[in-house]
Design a protein around this ligand. Structure first.
Ligand SMILES: [Zn+2]
Length: 263
């Protein structure tokens, strides 16, 4: 799924083509309600967490959230699209360019206040995050038995982490993704979010995502040797939404289940 760095990269790619340009066409087959009119200018293209916002001079904002399936493509007018038109959920045309959002499950438009989530935590793709406040959010919003792997994905705590960075930062700090947050110190939780932010920011300008020299540490490496200790990497689904988690069973020892086994 797209992580925060992907959405920021998308925004950075769309911005030069769209910013300050007059809208010549907006097509969004499933949208209801007000729409920007042709001739309105695009005043901003922003990522916040995993949400992409395109603002028009009339005050409306188009919000897309890619979830597992969505992506934005940018084409020159007349260029052949790489996906079928039937998958297009939003098409924005300006002189010379057409931006197409394919297969995004969330596409909505409205005044800024009406779109977007107001309960999103700070964007980890941006410098200057108050990490102590992030830890406080973990302690106040989440129950103590919430698994850290699920907590890292919870965009109310901090925005931008998906399955890839969740798995990578847990490996990096030798934390088992199934450990309950109540068993993890404030310092360790802060360190996990700091590492995630550092990696997300480092990958904003890269073409292939890397978290360790040569690629990723655990994500996508099920059954292969851990880069730290050589043990086979494990993979399992986790939590309510059965999200993929990968980890090293040797260097990420599990606190939670040991505790459970003893009780
Ligand atoms: Zn290992």
């Amino acid at each position: 799924m797209p992580e925060g760095d992907t959405i920021h990269r998308t925004a950075n790619r769309l911005r030069p083509a769209l910013l300050d340009q007059p809208l010549t066409r907006l097509s969004a087959p499933r949208l209801v309600g007000d729409r920007p009119r042709p001739g309105e200018r695009i005043t901003s293209v922003d990522a916040q967490g995993k949400h992409l916002f395109i603002t028009f001079s009339g005050g409306l904002v188009l919000e897309t959230h890619m979830k597992m399936t969505g992506s934005w493509h940018l084409y020159e007018i007349g260029q052949r699209w790489r996906k079928p038109q039937g998958y297009a959920r939003a098409i924005i045309e300006v002189p010379g360019w057409v931006a197409v959002c394919f297969s995004a499950p969330v596409v909505q438009i409205g005044p800024r206040k009406a779109v977007g989530r107001t309960d999103l935590g700070p964007d980890l793709c941006v410098e200057g995050v108050d990490f102590e406040a992030v830890v406080r959010r973990v302690r106040t919003i989440l129950p103590a038995d919430e698994m850290i792997g699920d907590a890292l994905l919870d965009q109310r705590i901090a925005a931008g982490i998906g399955n890839v960075y969740k798995s990578e930062v847990c490996w990096s700090l030798q934390t088992h993704p199934f450990d309950p947050v109540g068993s993890i110190s404030d310092d360790k939780i802060e360190a996990l979010y700091r590492r995630a932010s550092k990696l997300l920011i480092a990958n904003l300008t890269t073409t292939s995502r890397t978290t360790v020299p040569g690629g990723l540490a655990v994500y996508g490496r099920r059954g292969r040797p851990c880069r730290r200790c050589g043990t086979q990497i494990k993979q399992q689904t986790q939590g309510q939404y059965a999200r993929v988690t990968t980890w090293c069973p040797r260097c990420q020892t599990e606190k939670g289940r040991q505790a459970n086994a003893g009780s």
